[in-house]
Design a binder for this molecule. Structure first.
Ligand code: MG
Length: 158
């Protein structure tokens, strides 16, 4: 049996925070705001994986009211999530994802992101898709107020 899951996340861009996307720190004048490192791409992927396995979502697993996980790396979140998915009896087949950001340019960082996600998920890089697009200058993303990410994951019975 093959199952799929979907994930979506959005975080606000603010001054004074590092910008971390797909486990890669990107040089930029703004960063994403959040309880963790606010890695929006990794969060969307985590929710897609949890959804595919029929598990509770990332907010359940890592509540943003829990002071013990303040500033947690989202790569640690992904390691835990991949472990939960495998413990539930599934193997991860593939992930596909899209980052929606007006700035900065994402494309130069895609290979590094895939490598980081591959390590965190213990999943071969060719099974991880990452795409990037802008919002054509429209809406909150177009105004540079935030970055969004969408992801799907496929899992199969191990
Ligand atoms: Mg998030």
């Amino acid at each position: 049996m093959t199952r799929v899951g979907i994930g979506y996340d959005v975080h606000r861009l603010v001054r004074g925070r590092p910008l971390i996307l797909g486990g890669v720190r990107i040089d930029h004048d703004l960063g994403l705001e959040g309880h963790s490192d606010a890695d929006v791409l990794s969060h969307a992927i985590a929710d897609a994986l949890l959804g595919a396995a029929g598990l509770p979502d990332i907010g359940n697993l890592f509540p943003n009211t829990d002071p013990s996980i303040e500033g947690i790396s989202s790569q640690e979140i992904l390691r835990v999530v991949a472990g939960r998915v495998r413990e539930a009896g599934f193997e991860i087949v593939n992930i596909d994802s899209t980052l929606v950001a007006e700035r900065p340019r994402i494309t130069p960082h895609l290979d590094a992101m895939r490598a980081a996600l591959s390590r965190s998920l213990d999943l071969p890089g060719p099974r991880i898709g990452i795409k990037a697009t802008t919002n054509e200058a429209m809406g909150f993303i177009g105004r540079g107020e935030g970055i969004a990410a969408l992801a799907v994951a496929g899992v199969g019975a191990a």
